[in-house]
Design a protein around this ligand. Structure first.
Ligand code: GDP
Ligand code: GDP
Length: 436
């Protein structure tokens, strides 16, 4: 189930972000109604033939004030660490430069498949420009034009030919996959280690296809879990590890494979803007979410302090009103035992199916309680609803005219569904459809 990851590397101005935008197209969703949450355009989903994959524009990962050459080197290292296939991009109009050779040197040492794209080959007459790039030693150079969208099909054919077979990782239905995300130093690796040690679980490490990813599988009370490695928890110390965009990237990769995401906050330092951003990614992805307040040992813990912190969280994370909050200390292990049951519950809700007749009873009761709105003399009519998918639970509501469904009424329906079926921990989606 794990999606393959493709990274674009190359020196500045060869056209990495142009190609990235081309390949990703319109697929980057603008976050709907969450103020302040904007997506860094360095990581997105792309599609070619029957393959959906994740694409990284390493050029978007700026590494502090490092000189250009150092930045390029680190971006290439990130690609080597994170990607299954690397697109090495060069500029057909300029030929091979010293900087290209520098990047090439690092890529030689990786065991990752590399596809060489020669960009800015905007017309067929320019195709001869590709020949000199054979000397880089990555096989056939693919002439492309990001600006005009030329040659990308052949390049992508080559890229997907390197993807592992589909049955790569058996993401089994009965196992709960979860990850811990949060800004640096909130205690992610401490929490993972605490869970794995304290729960007296039998842990087995699963070697991922990606070199650094080590997932841990364990069983507790008859339930199987897999913790997805996020911040390179076992293998740390790379210079770029603390770069914000890199940690976001790791979080996005982990979110993608998770059923449940723990958004870790630090009770000692309080809530920061970056926490909201990170939580926004998990929400957007439609994962079950639990807010975990770590370092609770540093707070003079009284009933009052917990209530107050909860109020702050609810005020800052309004879009996560469905997420339960767990207070604990990874260090002292205090309240750690409360976590797994909450994860299990959120995961069950995330995968819950409501039978159509039961759902419609609730919708009809809702209509009786709060009549549908009218707009320009026309009243919204709700005909019926049905659950169309899980993870997250998604409902289609069939109506006479979708334009008449206002946000507030949709919100009302969502609340009624939540009250009736208890979807704690999971977002739910409501799609308004015109009945044919
Ligand atoms: P990056 O620094 O590698 O991400 O490069 P950008 O995507 O920002 O592109 C650098 C410049 O090259 C921009 O001015 C682009 O418009 C231009 N560019 C990108 N792709 C092409 C192309 O296929 N043909 C031409 N002529 N220009 C391109
Ligand atoms: P990460 O960067 O999010 O993985 O954070 P770490 O797990 O490396 O923890 C960062 C720092 O916070 C380390 O010094 C930990 O010892 C400390 N820390 C982690 N959890 C707790 C906790 O529950 N209480 C206290 N007081 N310190 C903690």
């Amino acid at each position: 189930m794990r999606k393959s990851v493709v990274a674009i590397v190359g020196r500045p101005n060869v056209g990495k972000s142009t190609i990235f935008n081309r390949l990703v197209g319109e697929r980057i969703s603008i976050v709907e109604d969450i103020p302040g949450v904007t997506r860094d355009r360095i990581y997105a989903e792309a599609e070619w033939l029957n393959h959906t994959f994740s694409l990284i524009d390493t050029g978007g990962i700026e590494i502090g004030d490092e000189p250009l050459l150092v930045q390029m080197r680190q971006q290439a290292e990130i690609a080597i660490d994170e990607a299954d296939v690397i697109i090495f991009l060069v500029n057909g109009r300029e030929g091979i430069t010293a900087a290209d050779e520098e990047v090439a040197k690092l890529l030689y040492k990786s065991n990752k498949p590399i596809v060489l794209g020669v960009n800015k080959v905007d017309n067929p007459e320019m195709r001869d420009a590709i020949y000199e790039f054979y000397s880089l030693g990555f096989g056939e150079p693919y002439p492309i034009s990001g600006a005009h969208g030329l040659g990308l099909g052949d390049l992508l054919d080559k890229v997907v030919s390197y993807f592992p077979e589909a049955a790569d990782e058996d993401q089994d239905e009965d196992t709960i996959y979860f990850s811990v995300i949060g800004r640096p130093n909130v205690g992610k690796s401490s929490l993972v280690n605490a869970i794995l040690n304290e729960e007296r679980v039998i842990v087995s490490n699963i070697e991922g296809t990606t070199r650094d990813a080590i997932d841990s599988r364990f069983t507790k009370d008859g339930q199987d879990y897999v913790i997805i490695d996020t911040a390179g928890m076992r293998k740390r110390g790379k210079i770029y590890e603390s770069v914000e965009k890199y940690s976001v990237l790791r979080a996005l990769k982990a979110i993608e494979r998770s059923d449940v995401v723990l958004v870790l906050l630090d009770a000692e330092t309080g809530i920061r803007e970056q926490d909201k951003k990170i939580a926004g990614y998990a929400h957007d992805a439609g994962r079950a979410i639990i807010i975990v307040v770590n370092k609770w040992d540093t707070v003079k813990a009284t009933e009052k302090s917990m209530d107050e912190f909860e109020k702050q969280i609810r005020a800052h994370f309004q879009f996560l009103d469905y997420a339960p909050i767990v207070f604990l200390s990874a260090k002292t292990k205090k309240r750690l035992h409360t976590l797994l049951p909450v994860i299990r519950n959120a995961s069950e809700n995330h995968a819950k199916r409501i039978p159509t007749n039961v759902l419609n009873d609730v919708i009809m009761d809702a209509l009786a309680m709060n009549p549908t709105p009218t707009y320009k003399g026309k009243r919204l009519k709700i005909l019926y609803a049905t659950q169309v998918s899980v993870k997250p639970p998604t409902f289609a509501v069939f109506v006479n005219d979708p334009e008449l469904m206002h946000f507030s009424y949709q919100r009302f329906l969502e609340n009624q569904i939540r009250n009736a079926f208890g979807f704690e921990g999971t977002p739910i989606k409501i799609l308004t459809r015109k009945r044919q």
